[in-house]
Ligand binder design. Structure first.
Ligand SMILES: Cc1ncc(COP(=O)(O)O)c(C=O)c1O
Length: 370
């Protein structure tokens, strides 16, 4: 049996006619930039996140960077973030001319350790970005408490967490501002690139909108140096068609995660993800931890299981950040995560038979690699 890591064709087949109709509408009306699909997507995202505003932008990295710039982050500033995240969280900080300060995660949920924030704060620190990694909410209240103590803002990187809940409330609306990504493989993916910034702070939303549009609040009057970070209307239209399906896709991911947990929780040598009592994750990724990870990965791939790694090198040890001078051993949990993590196939259309096969092959691979 072959089990792909992700099957976007299966997601798009039933939506094909609706997406093509929306794209036909755009073509017929030449509404390629802005327009009703962007407006509809923004209002749907704000509702889903429990925020007053959502501003659609060109991709998730830009969403993070624009949110940071709107908060006034610039050269000489420091922003604290977990070392185990996709590089884009750190790149956004660097793109603003600021320095990313990497801290460790908790073993088990692999999310930002709130106790690691305080010791990393300096006179230059402006704020903290928490990442809802793998679709698991980080402990927002505990991080907010530390931020409040030091006069810092908190931002959510919700690229992997859309529709997850923390203490019953949706992620993306829990902190001062949140950024998300619509990269095709995300839980809500565009047919290309996309992202958004969510906030209930009206002035911050206006600042992001101005930056998105060449720094102009009125056409051809440029108050600040901005950029072109608009979301293409054809992407907004695809997302507008997909957004109503996100709750049922999320429930399917949760069902799949339950099936994985039932089958893998007692398997010796397989460490399954821990879920905090206050978290209802959306399982963007289902990540287990195993010894001899590379051998296990190779066996799974040889057996037709599309397993993957998120991420094999933590940000603080990437070449791109070598100038920060971080040695191995600085963030032990993030480093353990990078060398032991293994992402199993996870997408809404995954079948129970496929999950059975993946679990059976994982057992064999772990035994074989022991
Ligand atoms: C945690 C995280 N942050 C940021 C991003 C950046 O998003 P994008 O690829 O849309 O720029 C991604 C996804 O790629 C991500 O997984």
């Amino acid at each position: 049996m072959n089990v792909p890591f992700l099957d976007l064709k299966a997601q798009h087949a039933p939506l094909r006619a609706d997406i093509l109709a929306a794209w036909g509408d755009i073509l017929d009306n030449a509404g390629f930039v802005g327009g009703k699909y962007v407006a509809s997507l923004e209002s749907g995202l704000a509702t889903a996140s429990g925020t007053a505003h959502a501003c659609a932008v060109s991709n998730g990295t830009e969403a993070l960077a624009l949110a940071l710039r709107a908060l006034g982050v610039g050269s000489g500033d420091e922003v604290i973030l977990p070392g185990n995240t996709f590089i884009a969280t750190a790149e956004a900080v660097s793109l603003c001319g600021a320095t990313p300060v990497f801290v460790d995660c908790l073993a088990g949920t692999w999310n930002l350790d709130p106790a690691a924030i305080g010791p990393a704060v300096t006179a230059r620190t402006k704020g903290v970005i928490g990442v809802h990694l793998y679709g698991q909410p980080f402990d927002v209240d505990a991080c907010q408490t530390v931020c409040d103590r030091h006069g810092l803002w908190l931002m959510e990187d919700n690229a992997q967490g859309i529709l997850a809940t923390y203490k019953g409330k949706p992620t993306g609306g829990l902190a001062r501002v949140a950024a998300t990504s619509f990269y095709p493989g995300k839980n809500l993916g565009a047919c290309g690139e996309g992202g958004a910034v969510m906030t209930s702070d009206t002035a911050l939303d206006a600042a992001v909108r101005r930056l998105r549009e060449h720094g102009q609040a009125a056409k051809y009057y440029h108050d600040v140096v901005g950029t072109n970070a608009r979301l293409a209307s054809i992407q907004a239209a695809a997302l507008h068609v997909k957004l109503p399906h996100l709750p049922s896709w999320t429930e399917a991911r949760r069902r799949n995660a339950r099936q994985y947990l039932e089958r893998l929780s007692d398997v010796p040598g397989v460490r399954v993800p821990e879920v905090a009592a206050w978290a209802d994750p959306v399982w963007h990724l289902f990540v287990v931890h195993v010894a001899n990870r590379d051998a296990v990965l190779a066996s799974l791939q040889a057996a037709g299981v599309g397993a993957a790694l998120h991420y094999p090198v933590p940000c603080h040890l990437q070449k791109a950040y070598a100038h920060l001078g971080h040695a191995r051993g600085r963030l032990p949990h993030a480093e353990y995560n990078a060398s032991h993590c293994l992402s199993l196939p996870m997408f809404p259309e995954l079948t129970e038979a496929q999950i059975d096969y993946v679990c059976q092959q994982l057992r064999l691979a772990v035994l074989g690699a022991a």
